[in-house]
Design a protein around this ligand. Structure first.
Ligand code: SF4
Ligand code: SF4
Length: 192
């Protein structure tokens, strides 16, 4: 074998996956992360990320599941993934999936990946977060759910972007302050 051919050998085995297998792997992963607990609180409180989408059939759900919406994390899920150390694994899987667009995709029927997803076992963490979220929604002003979702999204993005330990420490401190009343969450975090 020539040297140039050797340099093309992948470090990880390659897998041919269909678009539907990728979406199913994503949905399994989200289930293992307990996303459904949080969505069940968020949606009736007006925080749904599907609001206004033409593919949403009210009371039934999404009529056109795509790779883009499966890969996308709202601020709540991004925070849970951050605490559980899952963000990099999640993002590097979806980075391999072509054709993601806003609320739709042009992902081909099959494509090759070198990393697969293995569903996590952290449903307890999202369940605890969802209990606290429900309590806090009940005692806060309208639109609070949207504000805290955006705040968590912003802080986690900053934590992923910055490398300076002192800056990260300050952002973590702000994050803890925002979630200071999430008592079930604090207990669940200790079990990670
Ligand atoms: S914004 Fe997040 S928690 Fe709310 S419905 Fe969408 S994915 Fe679920
Ligand atoms: S396409 Fe995306 S935004 Fe629209 S209903 Fe489906 S999951 Fe929700």
């Amino acid at each position: 074998m020539s040297g140039s051919l050797k340099s093309f050998q992948p470090k990880e085995p390659l897998h041919l996956v269909t678009k539907h297998q990728a979406i199913d792997a994503g949905l399994d992963y989200l289930h293992g992360a307990g996303a459904d607990f949080i969505c069940k609180v968020c949606i009736p409180s007006g925080g749904s990320c599907c609001t206004g989408c033409s593919f949403l059939n009210n009371g039934v759900g999404c009529q056109q599941r795509n790779t883009s919406c499966t890969a996308w994390l709202c601020g709540f899920l991004k925070y849970i993934f951050y605490e559980a150390g899952l963000i990099t694994e999640w993002e590097s899987f979806w980075d391999q999936v072509p054709g993601q667009q806003f609320r739709e995709d042009t992902t081909p029927p099959s494509f090759v990946v070198d990393r697969m997803l293995e569903s996590p076992k952290i449903r307890f963490l999202s369940e605890a977060f969802a209990e606290d979220l429900k309590e806090q929604i009940a005692i806060n002003y309208p639109y609070w759910v949207l504000e805290i979702k955006e705040t968590l999204d912003r802080y986690v993005d900053m934590l992923m972007d910055y490398t300076d330990p002192e800056i990260k420490r300050k952002i973590e401190k702000k994050l803890r302050y925002v979630l200071k009343d999430f008592k079930n969450l604090q207990l669940a975090l200790e079990m990670l």
